[in-house]
Design a protein around this ligand. Structure first.
Ligand code: G3I
Length: 354
């Protein structure tokens, strides 16, 4: 922690020196240019063969300063909502990919890769799906059509899909979603197979929260992944959301956990990272948060098949936390004014930058 405060001070001093040099030698633009050559988080991650990404959401894309940073600092984007079922199939059989397309097009313009999020989830389902009972054959057909239409639409445009999101409860039992209740646990293998048929090249993931450390829920994923691999089901990776909260402690087994999934022949990724705290944010809490961001990133770098890190949006201005956990927030590496926080400098440090 002391080291990071010193680094921060050094970074500030360096920036001031660069500015002075720019002014002394004539133009602020020159100083800006020099500053512009600082490697981004994406540049730094690429040196390790990883990506560094951010989630984003369509309404935010009218915010130009926000959009500029999103386009420059990251090499991977995940749509926070735009590819979910309620958005993409608002009426049964009527598909609307406009929101996801907007994000894919933006990512393309910025040469960023896109994680598709998400095909099968119990939340944010359209009313037509949740508002009635389904027989198993009916729901199976609905699910297959949705998965395949969406995967086909984004074929070649997303490098990975969160095929099934949040399938387990905290104790490692299956979540009683409409899919589980109607179709049984086989819906997971089916969704993976259907997605693979629709795009044989895209990486297929299961994704969940509270599975960063070793415990009943991550054990359930380990068991399931092993079983699916043994049956030849196309599963390529596990996404660890990593929505952490200072008050609950750091999951100290994250590196070992990532590694045991790698050993199954799977990629891993930290897919939705944020570290919330009880407000107000203090310097101590922000320093603690910075350390957690650094530790998570270092854990990913330490495990060969951990392919990248994605923050669940990059600025507190657009974080989902305050709406869902009243009194909590300040979870991301940039503050509400888009100023970098200690967590940002800790990320740079973890990635080997200064
Ligand atoms: O679209 C409506 C809009 O019409 C309405 O005016 C507004 C008023 O509240 O709500 C809008 O819907 C919101 C939606 O995001 C789109 O902005 C919902 O209320 C809100 O609940 C929803 O939150 C999303 C949340 O998933 C839902 O569970 C967050 O933005 C999104 O970041 C979050 O992401 C999830 C991942 O998909 C899975 N892992 C957990 C993560 C955090 O919850």
């Amino acid at each position: 922690m002391r080291k990071s405060a010193t680094r921060l001070r050094l970074a500030g001093a360096l920036a001031a020196a660069l500015m002075l040099a720019g002014i002394a030698s004539g133009t602020a633009a020159q100083a800006g240019e020099r500053h512009g050559k600082e490697p981004t988080l994406a540049d730094l991650a690429q040196r390790h063969g990883r990506y560094f990404g951010s989630a984003t959401d369509n309404p935010e894309l009218t915010d130009e300063p926000y959009k500029a940073l999103l386009g420059s600092e990251f090499d991977q984007i995940t749509p926070g909502n735009g590819m979910k079922w309620y958005a993409t199939e608002p009426q049964q059989g009527v598909f609307d990919f406009s929101k996801g397309d907007e994000i894919v097009n933006l990512a393309r313009a910025n040469r960023q890769k896109v994680r598709g999020h998400t095909l099968v989830w119990h939340s944010q389902l359209p009313d037509w799906l949740t508002g009635r009972e389904w027989t198993a054959p009916e729901l199976r057909a609905v699910l297959k059509k949705h998965v395949q239409a969406e995967v086909r639409h984004y074929r070649g445009k997303v490098f990975a899909w969160d095929v099934v999101n949040e399938a387990f409860n905290e104790d490692g039992t299956y979540r009683e979603s409409v899919f589980y209740k109607t179709l049984g646990p086989g819906y997971i293998a089916d969704a993976l197979r259907w997605a693979h048929q629709a795009d044989p090249r895209v990486k297929l993931y299961l994704n969940d929260y509270n599975i960063e450390g070793i415990g009943p829920k991550s054990d359930a994923y380990h068991r399931l992944a092993k079983e699916l691999k043994a049956k030849g089901v196309p599963l390529h990776g596990i996404g660890f959301q990593a929505h952490l909260a200072l008050q609950y402690g750091y999951p100290t087994t994250v590196e070992d956990n990532l590694r045991r999934f790698s050993r199954l022949g799977l990629d891993t990724a930290l897919t939705e990272v944020d570290v919330r705290m009880q407000l107000p944010a203090t310097q101590e809490k922000l320093a603690q948060q910075a350390k957690w961001y650094r530790d998570l990133t270092e854990a990913c770098l330490a495990v060969r098949r951990c392919v990248g890190v994605t923050v669940w949006d990059y600025t507190d201005k657009y974080s989902w936390i305050p709406a869902v956990f009243p009194g909590e927030g300040a979870a991301l590496p940039w503050d509400e004014q888009l100023r970098p926080k200690p967590a940002y400098f800790a990320l740079r440090e973890a990635l080997g930058g200064r």
